[in-house]
Ligand binder design. Structure first.
Ligand SMILES: [Zn+2]
Length: 181
């Protein structure tokens, strides 16, 4: 199962959606992850202006420590749950020194044409990123759908929301190819 992150190049800034994971941790050693962290790839960490976390499970925020000084947008509900619920994530990966969150309450326009929308289901604080493209947007869904079949037969509030947007493509964190209608 891949752990993908996504980059949006917008005229007003470069956006990174989720940060993957960059190191091992005893709590998830049984997953035997093959690490390919952002800071070891041909990728300019410093080029990122804004980070968005779809949610704060460890495999989505494990690279947040690379982005001290960069605003990280997350739903307030998600941040609260990640900081307070047991066995939710790896807490020290959520709040490493110097990481600065911008809590969001509901829908939020990040840049013109890029919106954050709450999409509960996978977690109650999950958000998706909607990129307007003429009639049919592109969606970056994080784990709102973990595999494409979930969007063929949507069941959660978040999945139903995604389908209601009539997207041309939905990129997920754990699939190499996007879902398409
Ligand atoms: Zn997750």
């Amino acid at each position: 199962m891949p752990i993908c992150v996504h980059v949006l190049d917008h005229p007003q800034g470069r956006v990174l959606v989720d940060t993957g994971l960059t190191r091992l941790h005893p709590a998830v050693a049984d997953l035997d992850p093959l690490l390919d962290p952002l800071d070891a790839q041909d990728f300019d960490i410093g080029s990122i202006d804004v980070v968005v976390n779809t949610h704060l499970h460890f495999d989505h925020c494990g690279g947040n420590h690379l982005f001290t000084g960069t605003p990280i947008y997350v739903q307030r509900q998600e941040l609260s749950d990640a900081r307070s619920l047991n066995d939710y994530t790896i807490p020290e990966w959520v709040d490493p020194p110097g990481v600065h969150y911008v809590p969001v309450d509901g829908e939020f326009e990040l840049f013109p044409g890029i919106r954050l929308l709450p999409a509960p289901g996978h977690t109650r604080g999950t958000q998706i990123v909607v990129v307007e493209q003429d009639e049919h947007p592109v969606v970056i869904a994080g784990d709102a759908a973990v595999w494409p079949g979930e969007l063929d037969d949507p069941s959660t509030e978040g999945q139903l929301l995604i389908r209601s947007l009539e997207p041309r493509a939905v990129w997920m964190a754990h699939a190499h190819d996007p879902w398409r209608p």
